[in-house]
Design a protein around this ligand. Structure first.
Ligand SMILES: Nc1ncnc2c1ncn2[C@@H]1O[C@H](COP(=O)(O)OP(=O)(O)OP(=O)(O)O)[C@@H](O)[C@H]1O
Length: 618
């Protein structure tokens, strides 16, 4: 495994992409062009057709020029003018056909590119460290796959043909004008030079504001998502005003940023458009002056009036593209990051799997970007068919231990062994045949109950599904659903309670039947009935398996074969319940705290069941 792979595979890759504002127009284009590489022929053809189409667009101006000059010098006959009219019509039709073909070809190529890009990212996501996919930026991954990839269509299908055509037209017209009369040509481009100088100044000024703009937009989006997600809680505690005030503030902040930016940019932008569309400002006076001094003929003057005034439109297209570049290149950076995300190196043949043990040998691990390690020198051995409970304060490193067993990430130092073999030597699919994990946040697809269960074992019979659900105490609530096992469970299981979701996840794990289970016990369930059922499901799950459990319940902890107290990334105490109680350390403190909260919960349950009970919740 190369050092480079390790670094890429680490969550370091989660660092935000370099702000697009730091880059130049050329580097942004360079970032986008490789996306067109695999279909370069078709994009080139589209650009060629679009260029011809744009030249056809300029053609009628030239026809008018020919007609007027013929009228001026008296050589215009009826047939000649009629021929010119047909030529103008042919040019318009030609423009329509060529542009249509260019768009057709560029769109077909673009959709093919986007299709392959999404496949590649999807395939890569299947192999990158799971921890990366499940990190905080999973929303960003989703947005990149949908929005940022989609936005590339703008560049591939529209910008490539349009911009190439605009560049060709601007360059060709300028050369043509230079050949006809260099003084008039300079007059024609003078306004454009000033326009571009202004625009360049504006873009530089706005680049400095880009970071702030992105931050203001990010804050607004985050605040809105947070508000919508937390709406039930906010309403319950009557905190709507306070929460909306924060969201409103974020919206105002973003709006103000946009308004300020607009104000700063508006005069320059308006000047740019005026100058590019009003080349007459320079062409007409300079032309008339030269003509009055007999330095230019009437025909040349006419040529510049027609061609010089007509090509500003192509310049505006270039500017439009430059304006889109920031957003496009920002998305392109995110796409590249995903497309080329490092993979965890995988063994190519099944490893020896001696028993159902799990072992950590002096494991040290740190998340990229964090200033301290999440785990330091962690060593333990979980013998087959025993329960190891991980307990400790929030942020101590318990979930990190669980993640390393499932190989979401690789340890930086030391080794994680499953079945007596280093996980790095076990192909991921083999590891997953032996290890299951159940998280607090159970993920279920918006599909039927049975489809979600069969993820674990597609060939499971209906009877096996039912047996697993009975064992996980899920059968009853599943059969109470309108269509039983064929009921859809809503997005992310929204039609089920948290306890029910975790019981379904346990049923799924039972169905998979692995001998090692990593379980993050759900922390809180208000409903005591759910609590009892879930405990029974967990009891079934942990029987006769090697279980590493992030434990929050007294019964699970007290019944564990081994308790590991994790504090600040290290195992500070270990042993059975009684040993740790007599040691009177952190575990004993935590135990006393557990007991009092458990008593409160029990008191609430008894009180609900029998309001006359004297066992009051405290
Ligand atoms: N994806 C991540 N990127 C960066 N740091 C992380 C990430 N996940 C966890 N951490 C940090 O690593 C440390 C250990 O976190 P971990 O989630 O393992 O703790 P925990 O004991 O499971 O906490 P909790 O009981 O609150 O879930 C914490 O400081 C946490 O902030």
């Amino acid at each position: 495994m190369s050092t480079e792979t390790v670094e890429q595979a680490s969550p370091q890759a989660d660092a935000p992409p370099r702000a697009a504002s730091e880059s130049t127009v050329a580097s942004r284009v360079a970032l986008l062009l490789p996306f067109a590489r695999d279909d370069a022929g078709r994009y080139a053809l589209a650009a060629l057709l679009s260029t011809l189409g744009t030249l056809c667009q300029l053609g009628p101006f030239y026809v008018i020029y020919l007609a007027i000059s013929a009228l001026l010098d008296g050589s215009a006959g009826g047939d000649y003018l009629f021929g010119l009219a047909w030529a103008a019509l042919a040019l318009v039709v030609g423009q329509y056909v060529l542009m249509g073909l260019a768009m057709l070809i560029s769109h077909r190529a673009a959709f093919g590119t986007l299709y392959r890009l999404r496949l590649r990212i999807g395939e890569r996501l299947g192999r990158v460290p799971l921890g990366k996919v499940m990190s905080k930026r999973s929303g960003e991954i989703q947005r990149t796959l949908s929005d940022d990839v989609e936005r590339l269509e703008l560049f591939l299908a529209h910008a490539i043909p349009d911009v190439v055509a605009a560049v060709v037209v601007v360059v060709a017209s300028t050369i043509w004008m230079l050949v006809v009369d260099w003084r008039m040509a300079l007059a024609a481009v003078a306004g454009l030079v000033v326009a571009f100088a202004l625009m360049n100044h504006g873009m530089r000024a706005s680049q400095g504001k880009m970071g702030g703009y992105m931050a203001a937009m990010g804050r607004m989006n985050g605040s809105i998502v947070e508000m919508v997600r937390g709406l039930p809680i906010v309403r319950m505690f009557n905190r709507t005003d306070a929460t909306f005030a924060e969201t409103q503030d974020a919206i105002h902040g973003a709006a103000k940023y946009q308004a300020d930016w607009g104000k700063a940019f508006l005069p320059l932008y308006t000047a740019f458009f005026t100058l590019t569309s009003a080349t007459a400002i320079t062409i007409v006076p300079v032309g008339l002056l030269l003509w009055a001094n007999d330095a230019i003929g009437a025909t040349e003057l006419l040529f510049f009036f027609v061609i010089g005034l007509g090509y500003g439109g192509s310049v505006v297209k270039l500017q439009d593209f430059a304006a889109q570049l920031t957003v496009l290149s920002y998305g392109a950076q995110l796409i590249n990051e995903l497309k080329d995300a490092g993979e965890l190196p995988e063994a190519d043949h099944d490893a020896e799997f001696r028993d159902a043990s799990v072992e950590f040998r002096d494991v040290t691990f740190g998340y990229g970007g964090a200033d301290r390690d999440a785990l330091t020198g962690v060593t333990f051995h979980a013998a087959p068919r025993t329960i190891t409970a991980l307990v400790g304060p929030s942020g101590a490193g318990k979930s990190t231990v669980a993640r390393l067993i499932c190989r979401f990430f690789d340890a930086r130092e030391g080794a994680v062994l499953v079945g007596g073999t280093d996980v790095k030597e076990i192909p991921f699919s083999q590891l997953m045949r032996h290890v299951s994990f159940v998280f607090q946040e159970t993920f279920l697809f918006d599909d039927t109950v049975e489809a979600n269960l069969r993820l674990a074992r597609p060939d499971a019979t209906d009877a096996e599904l039912e047996a697993a659900c009975r064992a996980a105490r899920a059968h009853e609530f599943v059969t109470a659903l309108p269509d039983g096992y064929r009921s859809r469970i809503g997005q992310h299981g929204s039609r089920l309670s948290g306890g029910e979701l975790q019981r379904l996840a346990i049923a799924r794990t039972l169905l998979k039947g692995t001998e090692i289970v990593v379980l993050d016990e759900a922390t809180a369930f208000v409903d005591p009935e759910n609590e009892v059922a879930l405990q029974a499901a967990i009891d079934t799950l942990v029987t006769d398996r090697t279980v590493i459990i992030i434990a929050h319940r007294l019964s699970t902890i007290a019944g564990a074969d081994q308790i590991l107290v994790v504090d600040d990334g290290r195992i500070t105490e270990r042993g059975r319940h009684e040993d740790l109680i007599s040691a009177d350390g952190l575990y004993a403190d935590m135990w006393r705290a557990f007991q009092s909260t458990e008593r409160i919960a029990l008191g609430e349950a008894v009180h609900k069941a029998d309001p006359t009970s004297t066992m009051e919740p405290t």
